[in-house]
Structure formats: C-alpha cells, structure tokens
Design a protein around this ligand. Structure first.
Ligand SMILES: [Zn+2]
Ligand SMILES: [Zn+2]
Length: 156
C-alpha cells in the first residue's frame, strides 16, 4: 500500500512536469512571436489565457481537495489526484465522489479512522479495542451506555 502511494506520486509528478513543460514551451513561443500578431489576435490570446488560468486554478483546488480528502478516508491520495486531474471532462471527479460516498458509509475505527469490519474486536491498523456495536445503526458503542447517542436506540 505504501509503495503503491509512492508509485502514483512519481507518476503524478512526471506527467505534471511534462504538462508544465509543454505549456511553458507554447507560452514562450507565443510571447516570442507576439510582434507579428494583429490587435485582434492579441485580444483573443488574452481571453484564452484568462479562461485557461481559471481552469488551471479550478483544477489545482480540486486536486488539493481530493488529495486531502482521500488521505483522510485512507484511500490512495496520489492515485485519486492523478485520476481527478487527468481524467477526461471531470469524469475522474465524478468517479471519486461515488467511491467516496461508499467509503464514508463504512464502519471506521474510532481512533485512527481506518475502515473495519463489523465483527472486528480490535483495529488491525492501530490496535484500538472495539466494544459492542448498536443493533440499530451499527456504530461502535460503549458497554455502559443505555441509549445509542447516534440513533437514539435503547440499548439492552
Ligand atoms: Zn485504528
Ligand atoms: Zn444506534
């Protein structure tokens, strides 16, 4: 799992540096030939630059959000950043949001947040011991509680 994260991190930065290099080259070529452009061309170029900058900012914000969110949910943060940033037409983000909602439904360790099975007695990741689970909502509860604080179910 750790090696996987590293691998996707490397893939992400390799692709990103190629993209940055490519955009930089095009930008430089345009700037060098700017004198030959007419006034109309310059205006069109400026509009394209503005639109492009806005898209770039949105993509960066999206990448930061997905990266942090995936880390919190114990998903591979670099793999999902890669998919969301380079997936066509925002498809990556849609897939991520679907996976994310499934992932959020899973029962999690109360200490470290890693997904765990309902019948686990102890967290395989951090060693936290689990008590009973509520028969109504399935969340972890403590022995001495008489009412489930999550769903208000009476506990026996
Ligand atoms: Zn844990
Ligand atoms: Zn409950």
């Amino acid at each position: 799992m750790k090696d996987n994260i590293k691998l996707f991190k490397v893939i992400f930065w390799v692709i990103t540096s190629f993209v940055v290099l490519f955009i930089g080259t095009i930008g430089t070529l345009f700037t060098l030939n700017a004198r030959e452009f007419s006034q109309d061309d310059k205006l069109a170029l400026m509009i394209i630059t503005v639109i492009f900058s806005i898209i770039l900012i949105v993509v960066i914000l999206m990448a930061v959000f997905v990266h942090k969110d995936a880390k919190r949910l114990h998903l591979n943060p670099w793999m999902w950043t890669l998919i969301v940033v380079y997936g066509p037409n925002g498809l990556g983000l849609i897939i991520y949001l679907i996976i994310r909602s499934n992932e959020k439904k899973k029962l999690r360790c109360i200490k470290c947040g890693v997904p765990v099975d309902r019948d686990f007695k102890i967290c395989p990741h951090c060693g936290q011991q689990f008590g009973k689970t509520c028969s109504s909502c399935g969340k972890f509860i403590q022995e001495e509680w008489s009412v489930c604080p999550y769903c208000e179910e009476k506990l026996t």
